[in-house]
Design a protein around this ligand. Structure first.
Ligand code: COA
Length: 331
């Protein structure tokens, strides 16, 4: 018997307050036209004062459990991807655990910035497949607005707040062999692929932290260079995921990418020869919500019926570090 892990529920939560590009143009020297044409973003959600990353994560988690039809008491692992934790410690995952009324199992945060959800999913998938957890809550949650320099027009227009979550369930199943075309025919998470390269840490980072400046700091970015690396790293990791499963890009039903920039999404799928209508895009309304962007987009595509059982779904993301990764799922 081999353990498989399957996403059995999704949930999402966005703060109420919508800030559109016109509102931002009153704050910094920018225009709706500049932001939309360069990024594809029209608006973003911003958390209310006192609304914390754990609050967003808790709301998304409740919805994910509800859609899975699973009681919180069955959760024995919480992995939360975030770069904007409530506090330096304890982990925000433990706050979510408390809010869900749980005291058993393990809960911890994963810090991989915008790749945080893919990293968290890979960690939870490995726990489940190793038999160390059976029901995992995997969350991407951010209040990125708290680490933005609201005077820096090159960064503050790009990001937003939000949270998404999935419930990952392990089951013992016969490992499915290759299908008639030599492709992996198993259901659930087929494979995860993670990478990082710390040489590029100065292209996208926060200029503060407990050990260096003792402050929280603000996001700093060399946008053009990040853009270039994003397209080549993402294309490479997608090819890697497909190769590992004996598949081709034409096998993919849905790409659920990290929502950083419409031009990065377009360039990446063009490189792979994928039709743009196979790409789930929420960027226009959410902006870049860092670790939350992939589960927010996934939730939308599952709820509106685009993602159907049996579909091949590819998740991918890239973020500061650099970190990047992909996950291939047979839904
Ligand atoms: N409004 C108006 N002008 C702006 C602006 C804004 N919000 N932000 C920057 N500019 C200006 C710059 O000051 C610069 O002016 P200059 O030529 O007079 O110096 C000009 O626009 C071009 O700046 P540049 O940074 O070269 O633009 P770009 O075409 O590379 O677009 C990004 C900028 C940020 C949209 C683009 O580089 C990008 O999306 N990069 C990837 C970022 C990303 O996705 N990061 C997260 C990864 S997880």
């Amino acid at each position: 018997m081999t353990m498989t892990s399957q996403i059995v529920g999704c949930g999402a939560y966005l703060p109420e307050r919508v800030v559109d590009n016109d509102e931002l143009s009153k704050r910094v020297d920018t225009t709706n036209e500049w932001i939309f044409s360069r990024t594809g973003i029209r608006e973003r959600r911003i958390a209310a004062d006192g609304e914390l990353t754990s609050d967003l994560a808790f709301e998304a988690s409740k919805k994910a459990l509800e859609s899975a039809g699973i009681g919180a008491d069955e959760v024995d692992l919480i992995v939360l991807g975030t770069t904007t934790p409530d506090k330096t410690f304890p982990a925000t995952a433990t706050a979510v655990q408390r809010m869900l009324g749980l005291k058993n199992g393990a809960a911890f945060d994963v810090q991989a910035v915008c790749s945080g959800f893919i990293y968290s999913l890979a960690v939870a998938d490995n726990f489940v497949k190793a038999g160390q957890a059976r029901t995992a809550l995997v969350i991407g949650a951010e209040t990125f607005s708290r680490i933005l320099d609201w005077e820096d027009r090159a960064t503050c227009v790009l990001f937003g707040d939000g949270a998404g979550a999935v419930v990952l369930r392990g089951s013992e199943a016969e490992a499915a062999g290759p299908d008639g075309h030599g492709r992996n025919s198993a259901r659930g998470i087929l494979s995860t692929h993670l990478h990082s390269d710390g040489r590029y840490s100065d292209l996208l980072y926060v200029d503060g932290g407990p050990s260096s400046t003792r402050t929280v700091g603000h996001v700093r970015m060399r946008g053009r260079e990040v853009f270039r690396h994003a397209v080549s790293n993402l294309s490479a990791v997608i090819e890697e995921a497909l190769d590992a499963n004996g598949m081709q890009s034409s096998d993919i039903d849905w790409v659920v990418p990290h929502q950083a920039n419409k031009r990065i999404l377009d360039a990446t799928v063009r490189k792979l020869g994928l039709p743009p209508e196979r790409v789930v895009t929420t960027l226009e309304r959410h902006a870049n919500t860092s670790a939350a962007s992939v589960p927010l987009a996934l939730d939308e595509a599952v709820r509106d019926g685009r993602v159907q059982p049996g579909n091949l779904v590819l998740l991918e993301a890239m973020g500061g570090g650099f970190t990047w990764g992909a996950c291939l799922i047979r839904w």
